[in-house]
Design a protein around this ligand. Sequence first.
Ligand SMILES: C[C@H](N[C@H](C(=O)O)[C@@H]1CCCN1C(=O)[C@@H](N)CC(=O)O)C(=O)N1CCC[C@H]1C(=O)O
Ligand SMILES: [Zn+2]
Length: 572
Amino acid sequence: VHMTTNSTLQMAEFDKEAAKNASTFAHDGFGNATLKRLFKKIVNIGFAATNDSEQLKAISNLEADLTGIYSKGKVCLESKGCLQLEPGLTDIITNSRSYEELLAVWKGWRDASGKLMRTKYTDFVKAMNAAIKFSGFNDTGEYWRSWYETPTFEQDVRTLFEELEPLYVELHAYVRKRLKEKYGKDMFPETGHIPAHLFGNMWAQQWSNIYDLLVPFPGASSVDITAKMKEQNYNVTHMYRVAEDFFMSIGMEKMTDAFWQNSMLVKPTDRDVVCHASAWDFYDENDFRIKQCTSVTEDQLLTVHHEMGHIVYFQNYRHQPRLFRGGANPGFHEGMADIVSLSFQTPEHMKVIGLLDEVPQDSDSDINFLLKMALDKVAFLPFGYLIDQWRWSVFRGDTNSSNYNQHWWDLRCRFQGISSPVKRTEEDFDPGAKYHIPGNTPYIRYFVSFVVQFQWHEALCREAGNTRPLHRCDIYNNTNAGNKLREMLRMGSSKPWQDAMEAITGQRTMSAKPLVNYFDPLLKWLKEQNKEENTGWSASCPSSIPTPSALAAGSANLFISITCFVLCVFFA
Ligand SMILES: C[C@H](N[C@H](C(=O)O)[C@@H]1CCCN1C(=O)[C@@H](N)CC(=O)O)C(=O)N1CCC[C@H]1C(=O)O
Ligand SMILES: [Zn+2]
């Protein structure tokens, strides 16, 4: 770690002081997450190596400005008034099946968020790169990758992505076919890309919200958790109690009183807050919080489990010295956040908690379930991979304000096989429309998480004596699995992540195999479905953009009115 002994002590001293302050700071409406994050970076010395406090303040202020823009963004639609990202725009993106309405919300959000951040983000990158030099790193991306303590890290994640791409290509081809049936194939570019606003998600990062358009076997059973939750009058508190119950069933501690007192679990009505869900450790071994504008949906119930997974990790390493209270690497923290969702979502578990009446055993229902899981876990892989490909290239200087958006869409078209439904220029700044760019949270951690969580699920299910197929395993109530997981969690970042991985799986490397094995039955079915399809897409973005009839009619009317105007003026 890049620090000498005495600076470690100074840092630890400063940091202990800072941690105490953090909780006072946090009391003013949980506001200054920026400062908290800075403390986290200070732990890793990071930007704090600069003795120029002006630089640190500039970084903190720019991040606050950027997240401020994100939290205030809103889109005004004549049909629905002015809506913020959560819950208004998210509800439309999730539920609307109108190409035009989805397009208005998709474009509107980008105009109200990313587009306003471009200049500040350029300054932000410059300030971070200048500060990080004092830590001996060439750029911020190199500092962020250093947390993985693996010299071949960039190549390792590239290799994992390439191993997983064939599975993604098959899923993409099936989804494209079904969306063409829904929206008409003339709305899709010849290049094989899918317009980015049709996936039930503002960033096309996970697609389970459009599962109803994609059901493989409509006659067989599939689980609509949102409907069941509403039917059973789920409220927000109950969602957190259900998640807490899962963690306690495998032997984890309950949430602390401070958690229930200090968390912000619903959107406040009196002020703008960053609604993007998050989990926070105040490093006093008791004050752990979730900040989430929780609503009663399946998506949100999974996010509750995700955020609480972070809290359980915080709790399990709270005995560690301050500098070791972190994930074995950031991908491990995200993997822990997601791991129980692999059990929680199974039909078996849905029956245990009363959200499903009968556990289906037929193979059609199995494919239905596996497709729904793939819409979250496989669809995500290229997205999780490409965000920091873009950011690392910005930090390196290969991408700058003259080609921010160009490079962003090059990556989106190349890796995700999706394209923009409207023309994009360097007036736009689409990366800024995704929280983690203004929020300055590195993203490759989620790609790492989606790989390692399947390695852990396979190992924990073996430990639990599971005899079902991996995708139907539920570790609920199994303290053997819980004990194995806790062995890793308690390490925090006190050991290299390879030791932590070995504690659970016996291996010391990341591997895509457990994820591929989990989805193997689905891959066979997808290949069958895609026999007539040209799977894949061209590496570069489509040059022309199909416009919906309404929009096309609009531009025709525009053309006529301009012509009349010119003729009238000319002959007047
Ligand atoms: C919804 C979730 N919110 C993040 C998370 O929980 O990771 C928040 C915001 C950024 C970091 N963060 C934290 O809470 C950290 N303090 C946790 C920690 O490291 O201590 C999120 O952003 N997710 C979930 C899946 C994919 C991704 C997305 O939605 O794109
Ligand atoms: Zn997380």
